[in-house]
Design a binder for this molecule. Structure first.
Ligand SMILES: Cc1cc2nc3c(=O)[nH]c(=O)nc-3n(C[C@H](O)[C@H](O)[C@H](O)COP(=O)(O)OP(=O)(O)OC[C@H]3O[C@@H](n4cnc5c(N)ncnc54)[C@H](O)[C@@H]3O)c2cc1C
Length: 414
């Protein structure tokens, strides 16, 4: 089988799928999405769904703002949505150093338009009556932060892909790129994107797949926790990794009613929680665990997560668990996204949400689509976020996003 497309997107997670949708929306006639398994079967269907604008860097804030706006606009745009629920997000502080860092962060976030405010210790206890009182030195709170329902997000992008006419090919694996393919532009079938000229220069590339080559002028590579592997197949070294991440949901309890529990991120510990169907959903990675793919539940570490949660939310101590899972979460060395053209490969763009694909995914996807089409984006300035920020050893020139789960800093493939 040999065929052609205006653009080929690799990976049917939230980044690749929304990117394919945005490329189609931009006017490309034939967009093909290839997914080696089923849509959403990577990290995207297994996430906790937390969406926050309270990012640790301006890039994180902008991506959070854009994605949240997109979630709110979905119903009008595609007829369904990812289930965004405005819950409010509290980041409590336990030390004076955390208080100072939180105030500096809040200033940056407020300057970018995030309605974040400081709560003193009494206000923290009042807003969250399930929290053991008198524990914090205060915290930052944003009422507009919230969560999506990850499986619903997969359903929403599936609808968007089908309705917009993206050609979805499940169970088709990406195997590599062959330069000089016969792009559809070369055949005169390319469509000029409205307001954004195509920059494929007619050279084209052959995307090698398990079902034969697809000739195209534009390729977007995604892969979440498998992005390094996808990159290797394309001849690229991408310093992205995967690490085990565990999520559990407690039984219901009247104290855990949605109206009484904001989302909370115990940043120093790396533990977060939010209400879920009358119980509490909580999640965490073990920062001392070597990176790599892992979906087995670690009961020993779960006990540590539960102990920390029970110290802060005592009502959870006696509650059973209704659901429990472990999955591989993507990460980058600086916990920031990767959005940029692949060095040395014409027409190839790389996109990764760096472990924040629920809160940043649509923004990363739209920015990647823009970069693929024009080289820049109005979502945010992507110029610092390309692969050229990493040195040979995978170290980033950028400061690490301080509001991130404590993932391993090492990259499995390095
Ligand atoms: C347990 C857990 C909880 C999380 N909680 C949150 C949260 O609360 N908030 C948040 O913002 N983020 C969260 N995340 C992170 C978020 O889920 C990811 O950042 C996001 O899903 C990444 O999306 P993606 O499209 O890049 O990757 P994925 O969803 O993994 O999709 C990549 C796809 O590429 C496919 N693929 C790989 N190799 C190939 C190939 N060779 N050919 C074709 N296809 C290929 C895979 O099969 C996969 O479907 C969580 C992740 C986990 C695991």
């Amino acid at each position: 089988m040999s065929d052609a497309a205006d653009a080929v997107v690799v990976g049917g997670g939230t980044v690749g799928a929304w990117c394919a949708y945005f490329l189609r929306q931009a006017g490309l006639a034939r967009v093909v999405l290839i997914e080696k398994g089923l849509l959403g079967q990577g990290a995207s269907s297994r996430a906790a769904g937390v969406v926050r604008m309270q990012g640790g860097t301006p890039e994180a804030v902008r991506l959070g703002q854009w994605s949240r706006r997109f979630y709110l606009s979905q119903r009008d745009e595609i007829g369904t949505d990812s289930g965004f629920t405005e819950q409010g997000y509290l980041l409590p502080c336990f030390t004076e150093a955390e208080v100072a860092a939180a105030h500096a962060r809040m200033e940056m976030q407020a300057a970018l338009g995030v309605p974040v405010r400081w709560l003193d210790p009494g206000e923290v206890d009042a807003i969250n009556p399930t929290l053991a009182p008198g524990q914090t030195l205060g915290g930052t709170f944003c009422a507009q932060d919230g969560f999506i329902t990850p499986p619903r997000n997969v359903a929403a992008y599936t609808v968007a892909l089908i309705r917009s006419g993206v050609e979805v090919r499940e169970r088709v694996a990406f195997r590599g790129l062959e330069a000089g393919g016969r792009g559809v532009e070369a055949e005169g079938r390319g469509v000029e994107a409205e307001g954004r000229g195509l920059e494929t220069e007619g050279r084209g590339v052959a995307v090698e797949t398990s079902q034969g080559p697809i000739h195209t002028g534009l390729v977007v590579l995604t892969g979440g926790p498998k992005l390094a592997e996808v990159g290797r197949l394309a001849g690229l070294r991408i310093p992205a990794g995967g690490a085990r991440h565990q999520v559990a949901v407690t039984e219901r309890h009247p104290d855990l009613d949605r109206a009484r529990v904001p989302m909370v991120f115990d940043l120093a510990a790396g533990l977060y929680w939010r209400p879920e169907e009358g119980g509490l959903l909580f999640g965490m990675s073990n920062p001392d665990e070597p990176p790599g793919e892992n979906r087995e539940v670690d009961e020993e570490y779960l006990a540590k997560m539960r102990a920390r949660l029970a110290a802060l939310v005592p009502v959870t101590a006696g509650l059973g668990l209704r659901r429990l899972w472990a999955a591989t979460i993507d990460f980058t060395p600086d916990h920031l996204p990767i959005i940029g053209r692949a060095p040395g490969l014409d027409g190839v763009t790389v996109a990764c949400a760096g472990g924040a694909g629920m809160m940043w995914g649509p923004g990363v996807a739209r920015a990647a689509a823009d970069v693929a089409l024009t080289g820049s984006s109005d979502v945010l300035d992507v110029s610092p976020l390309g692969l050229d920020r990493f040195d040979e050893a995978g170290h980033s020139r950028l400061a690490t996003d301080p509001i991130a789960l404590p993932f391993p800093e090492r990259i499995a493939s390095s």
